[in-house]
Write a protein that binds this ligand. Structure first.
Ligand SMILES: O=C(O)C(=O)C[C@]1(C(=O)O)C=C[C@@H](O)C=C1
Length: 339
């Protein structure tokens, strides 16, 4: 198995290190946090004294480097990698893809790269919160740079061999791979992750404005709706600001819907349309992400454009051979859904 070098040993990087180790990969890591490094070493993990040492080791073993640092640290760490391993195999687990893809193509043009994003997290952070099981059955985006070419149809600038290796690691860590372009990923997570963080911030603040009585009555809906606001604010901020344009579009959509709901409540006294649309959308999400036995499509791993198209339709890669990806497609919509 190709070794795995994880740069950043917080919640996500630490969980990748643990999960890859449990899957049998030779692993080591590095982190700027002495606390996290000591804690990982105390559990017997190999932690290099610096990022540079870890990257040198990756260069000499042709390891897959996993960049697991917060967005503001991405460029400085990429510069270090560029100086020591300019042709490395690289992926990342950062929650926004556009800025990372841009930085990799500027600073590491000769690297073989496919971006990654496991859709899993907790409000707790750091190595102490990391868990080998964190990614179990989670969607894990692996990006492919697919472009339309007039002559040949869709072509991919991403090396399929590297894409397959990154997808294999994601599967071995317990995830289910969602192929997507970086731009489509960013537009999608703006709606289902970054906007929910913004809404949670607003919801928590509106609740607190109600004073102690309102807060003491905060139960399930308030707890679930504001849970992510217990996360470190600087990480949430970097994630939202890093996806500015897509998040603006999602906020506009939300404001339009909230405005329509307010208008209907004020004029007719009814929020039926808003609640029905939300109920149908929630059921559609449950159906799309729920368990499904059949409906597996086999696609050659070299056909990244087809994989991206299936990812767009809700498909997830649940297994891989050397040549073929097994993509599980979602349940067809039922007529009762109303969506
Ligand atoms: O479960 C949580 O606490 C998360 O916030 C995880 C969550 C999300 O669901 O929005 C947040 C950021 C990650 O990039 C991916 C997933």
């Amino acid at each position: 198995m190709r070794p795995v070098c994880v740069l950043g040993l917080g919640l996500i990087g630490g969980s990748v290190l643990r999960a890859a180790d449990a899957a049998g990969y030779p692993v080591w890591g590095a982190t700027e946090s002495a606390l996290d490094a000591d804690a990982a070493r105390a559990e017997g993990f190999s932690v290099e004294p610096s990022v540079a040492d870890a990257v040198r080791r990756a260069a000499s073993t042709d390891a897959l480097v996993v960049l697991a640092v917060p967005l503001p640290a991405v460029e400085p760490v990429l510069r270090e990698i560029a100086a020591l391993a300019p042709e490395c195999r690289l992926t990342d687990v950062v929650s926004v893809k556009g800025p990372v893809v841009d930085a990799v193509s500027r600073l590491l043009p000769r690297a073989r790269y496919a971006g990654g994003h496991p859709m899993a997290g907790l409000s707790a952070s750091g190595w102490a919160a990391s868990d080998a099981e964190l990614f179990q059955d989670a969607a894990w985006v692996v990006t492919a740079d697919v472009e339309e070419s007039e002559e040949d149809g869709a072509v991919s600038a991403t090396d399929p061999t590297l894409w397959r290796e990154v997808a294999r690691l994601a599967l071995d860590c317990g995830g289910q791979v969602v192929p997507a372009t970086a731009a489509e990923h960013d537009a999608a997570v703006a709606r289902v992750s970054h906007l929910p963080h913004m809404m949670a911030a607003v919801l928590a603040a509106v609740g607190a404005d109600g004073g102690p009585l309102a807060l003491t009555l905060g139960a399930g809906s308030f707890r679930d709706g504001t849970r992510v606001m217990a996360s470190r604010p600087e990480l949430v901020r970097a994630m939202c600001e890093g996806n500015r344009q897509a998040l603006l579009d999602a906020v506009d959509d939300a404001l339009g819907r909230l405005g329509a709901a307010r208008g209907a409540l004020a004029s007719t006294g009814s929020v039926a349309a808003t609640v029905q649309a939300g109920h149908s959308a929630r059921l559609a999400w449950e159906r799309l992400t729920g368990p499904r036995e059949e409906g597996v499509t086999e696609v050659p791993v070299t056909n990244l454009a087809r994989l991206v198209a299936l990812g767009r339709a809700g498909g997830r890669v649940i297994d891989l051979t050397d040549r073929t990806a097994m993509v599980r497609m979602p349940q067809p919509p039922s007529s009762a859904s109303g969506v």
